[in-house]
Design a protein around this ligand. Sequence first.
Ligand code: NAD
Length: 499
Amino acid sequence: MKSTEDPLCPLYVGGEWKQITAQAVASVYNPSRGSVIASVPMCGAAEVDEVVAAAKAAFPDWRDTPPNERAQVLFRVKILLEDAFEELCLGISTEHGKTLSEARGDLRRGIDVVEFACGIPTLLMGESLENIARGIDCHTDRHPLGVVAGICPFNFPALVPMWMWPIAIACGNTFVLKPSEKVPLTMQRVVGLLEKAGLPPGVMNIVHGGRECVDAILEHPDVAAISFVGSTPIAREIHRKASLQGKRVQAAGGAKNFVILMPDADVERTVEAVKDGAFGCAGERCMAGSTAVAVGEAGDRLLPALADLVSSMKVGPTDVREVQPDMGAVISAEHKARVSGLVDAGERAGAKVLADGRKAAVDEAPDGFFLGPTVIDQVAPDNPLMETEVFGPVLAVLRAKTLDDAVELANRQAFGNGAAIFTNSGKAAREFRRQVSAGMVGINVGVPAPLAYFPFTGWNDSFFGDLHIQGKEGVEFFTKRKTTTTRWFSFGDGEIWAK
Ligand code: NAD
């Protein structure tokens, strides 16, 4: 766990932490305080060449390490992650701004992926058929791709990188991680644990930076596959560029997840779930339920209770273990201004603010990037709030007469990550599940994010590629199949042991 306190984050190359002197650096903030806690070097092609070379050199040995031995390293990592759990979570809260309980969820879901990857001997098993013709057998098995790279967003400092590397390395690949330049410290600590668990040098590597660094990864001839998670414009571009380079690519993008509120929904439980879905992690979740559609009487039944509940939420710093708020800061001052500006624009376009988080003041942390929770009602389909992913603590509420109208509103937008319905009607739930154009659906579940054993099945502009992240699709993504057809001839006159 060396070098975690250094203000300039080191690279991790071939098992060594390497400080570089970079011309350009990006600041890493503690969003609760608005203070700089570290910086990252903005690397380019030279550093990418170095980490890819280290990963390439480590590949032959790691590929030949039996899957059960690779799994043993992951079992040890899992124990080390559990031992360091609380310390890592406080680190997540400090560099990201989310509450400690949200940070626990972030890391816990990541550990789930490590546990899933520990089953790699079973997951890698192939298929075989004896006697496809007389005396001929056929079997297909999985092989790693080589050097693979992961490029991550800021909003889940633990989980998103852990969607990628546990499965990738368990499959026998070597890995280049490019964490978000906004939250590099969590994975730096976790990679320290991989080192302690005995992961051979070069199997995991870290390089830092932004566009220039990512472009160098995309163009590198020795990188076989790219796993990307981030906003839609970048995801689309990554998919295009990596595909042009002949690489395998999965690119998960942004979202605008609709939550349909039916008139027969249970008021108390629905309001609680809608609040959690919209304001958990300060709305900075790709599965946030950011857009509600109240059908018929549902608005009048649910919204007063929701506005009351939201107004009682406490916003504050999350970097102190003892006192935790209901919601933390957003990632940066720029993001705070952007989200606030979108609410202004939404209000100017005629929507009605029921709970206003724009002027949230936190006395004990006056420089933090805080916004309170905002609920904005009567949002028209052509309101500026509907044109983009807000990615902040804002719940936009639209009104619809029928379930069909609500689904039509949801399907009109370009994204397709998640969608949820709150109802007591099985028929309404079934119709919604079938008709909504989103890849992850919740029935009375506000944030239907699948666990490690299932794929994270975003649709439309929320995902570019064929094989999704996580679960068996993740194993499929990080391996290629080889199919072998075998025939053995008999010696001499047909007596097998004759000579
Ligand atoms: P982002 O797109 O700004 O950055 C993601 C990564 O891309 C970072 O590592 C960044 O350094 C890199 N990057 C930025 N600009 C680039 C460019 N021009 N060329 C190449 N690389 C570039 O995303 P973010 O703000 O860090 O994260 C939030 C976004 O991620 C939201 O849109 C959210 O919905 C999305 N997200 C999606 C999922 C999902 O599963 N669909 C999960 C988590 C987050």
